[in-house]
Write a protein that binds this ligand. Structure first.
Ligand SMILES: C[S@@+](CC[C@H](N)C(=O)[O-])C[C@H]1O[C@@H](n2cnc3c(N)ncnc32)[C@H](O)[C@@H]1O
Length: 182
């Protein structure tokens, strides 16, 4: 059911959503496996869609960890709210990812997990969001991002100390996964 809800909502504004299908469990595993869940207590998710990754993050998060999950599409935000069933560790926000520095101090976040569709965004917005992701992360903090093509490789990786690029065919469409450390 959630998959059909995703398709229906995504089709209303495909340029904002950037995909027509929720992420597969294979992609989610590749995206979340590199995270050090034993130390991450301040977590941010960008672009929840129907909450499929939000739920998977909550399943891995420490009981005392906190997450803010951003989603600008209000239909998706409601689907996420339903999916996570009022888990007190997660705050949902309808603000855009470009407001990260308005909500977090420099070097205050352990982990940022993003599904943002950079390829569909205006270039200045992409740069602004990436700059803010880097600013709010702690030294040693982790940034995980998936994309459907490696076209943003330079833009995503040039700010980070360590970067690993992985790939999965087991998603619609196949996806590249960036695992970056500040
Ligand atoms: C490719 S979908 C990913 C959905 C879900 N996380 C998944 O993997 O199945 C990207 C999501 O990012 C959201 N989004 C796009 N621009 C955004 C922004 N500036 N701030 C927050 N969310 C945004 C879209 O509305 C969409 O739900």
């Amino acid at each position: 059911m959630a998959r059909i809800d995703f398709l229906r909502t995504a089709m209303k504004d495909i340029t904002q959503t950037g995909s027509v299908w929720e992420s597969s469990r294979f992609l989610i595993k590749k995206l979340l496996d590199p995270v050090d869940w034993s130390t991450a207590t301040n977590i941010v998710e960008l672009g929840t869609g129907n909450g499929v990754i939000t739920k998977a993050i909550l399943e891995r998060m420490r009981p005392d960890a906190r997450m803010t999950a951003y989603e600008i599409n209000t239909d998706f935000l409601e689907l996420t709210r339903t999916r996570i069933a009022a888990d007190k560790r997660c705050t949902l926000s309808d603000e855009s990812a470009e407001l990260l520095t308005a909500n977090y101090g420099d070097g205050s976040v352990d982990t940022i997990i993003s599904s943002l569709p950079f390829a569909m965004m205006d270039e200045r917005l992409q740069e602004t969001i990436l700059q803010q992701i880097h600013l709010v992360l702690k030294p040693g903090g982790q940034y995980l991002q998936y994309q459907y093509a490696p076209t943003k490789y330079r833009m995503i990786t040039r700010r980070f100390k360590r970067v690993r690029l992985d790939y999965t065919l087991l998603n619609i469409p196949p996806a590249f996964v960036y695992s970056c450390m500040k």
